[in-house]
Design a protein around this ligand. Structure first.
Ligand code: F6R
Length: 365
């Protein structure tokens, strides 16, 4: 039931504060991530020395964000690969590696095949972060962390993605703590940040009507370029995927530092450039990348906290989003991009919940 909402996608975007809270429930105490979240077999958290993440589509983008968290917090190497590639190559597995799959449905054919293959490759264990408790992936994986997003009906994944990110941040913190890479103070600060996450996401959703106005600029666009740096690069990829899926506008995402290496040639007055600005040491670098784009006439759409110093200006459409702790930015900053693609699709009159050519669950190769 869509209730007061016009589409399931919008309903599911608005459910995110609630389902993220559900994902955190019982997995954090006042100041610690609880290892019991992983069941009785949580020894892998301490033993793991390397991580392979395998997934498809939006779930793959969640894995790409996790790589930044895992290497930053837990100081162990992490690689991320799409399941359709992983399953058809010879994979070298370092000692004490964790195999981690991400899947909303738990029925994606390539992800299941990758997990079955991994079981014969000597991993420490296989962990599935999944939304559907009764799925094949959950049944066949050694360990599971459920995302608790509830049924997702819109083909374009929204709440499944942000709850995957929440579960991945819990996992990254748990590994970092168990491996002795996290001071007590840092651990407490991270858990306090996690506790605020549902209210931050709620505040980001409050920008809905402002983002709806911005979406009108995309009615006649045929292309869009998303830029991000650091963990905001996978968020740019996810923003581009959402836009192409439901509005059929051709969209690409690049790490902003790659602009000069090719994509800058695409930029002219007809090219909208969308970026989500982080509030960290990468901000100045992003700003200089954006100047290069402005100098070629590209129209900028910037989402960022007011602390980033962006403002409305000639050729710059600025939308404020709330300030959040840096570690949470990938989750909270996803919201404006979901809302943007939703409203652009509505403006274009496409079938938001059931885009052409796509199925909710890809159970064949
Ligand atoms: C995009 C989308 C797909 C899925 C992909 C994997 O909005 O929904 O890209 O993310 O098909 O599906 P799951 O997560 O069910 O394995």
């Amino acid at each position: 039931d869509k209730g007061e909402f016009r589409h399931y996608m919008l309903k599911e975007i608005y459910e995110q504060p609630k389902v993220i809270a559900a994902c955190l429930e019982g997995r954090i105490s006042e100041d610690r991530v609880l290892t019991s979240s992983f069941g009785a077999d949580s020894a892998f958290l301490k033993d793991v020395e390397n991580i392979h993440i395998v997934a498809c589509g939006t779930s793959y983008h969640a894995g790409m964000v996790a790589k930044y968290w895992i290497e930053e917090l837990a100081n162990i190497p992490c690689s991320v690969e799409v399941a359709s590639e992983y399953r058809y190559r010879k994979v070298a597995v370092p000692k004490k590696s964790l195999f981690l799959t991400l899947s909303q449905s738990g029925e994606t054919a390539d992800t299941l095949a990758a997990m079955r293959m991994a079981k014969g490759l000597g991993y420490l264990t296989t962990l599935a972060i999944c939304n559907v408790p009764s799925s094949t992936l959950v049944r066949e994986s050694d360990l599971t962390l459920l995302t608790r997003a509830g049924t997702e009906i819109g083909v374009a994944s929204t709440k499944a993605f942000t709850t995957q990110l929440t579960a991945l941040l819990i996992t990254s913190i748990a590994i970092a703590a168990e491996k002795g890479e996290l001071s007590d103070d840092k651990h407490t600060a991270l858990v306090h940040a996690l506790r605020s996450l549902p209210s931050y996401v709620d505040a980001a959703i409050k920008q809905d009507s402002a983002i709806k106005l911005v979406s009108e600029h995309f009615a006649n666009k045929h292309n869009a370029l998303f830029l991000g740096r650091g963990p905001m690069f996978p968020i740019a990829l996810e923003g581009a995927l959402k836009l192409k899926e439901i509005s059929y506008i051709h969209a690409e995402a690049y790490p902003a530092g790659e602009l000069k290496h090719g994509p800058l040639a695409l930029v002219d007055e007809t090219m909208p450039i969308i970026t989500v600005a982080p509030n960290n040491q990468m901000l100045d670098k992003l700003k200089s990348n954006l100047q290069e784009v402005r100098a070629r006439g590209g129209e900028l759409f910037v989402f960022g906290a007011k602390e980033t110093g962006f403002a409305q200006a000639e050729g710059i459409h600025y939308n404020e989003i709330p300030w959040v702790e840096e570690v949470l930015e990938p989750i909270v900053h996803t919201i404006p991009l979901q809302l943007l693609s939703y409203h652009v699709a509505v403006v274009k009159g496409t079938d938001v919940d059931q885009p052409r050519n796509l199925a909710k669950s890809v159970t064949v190769e």
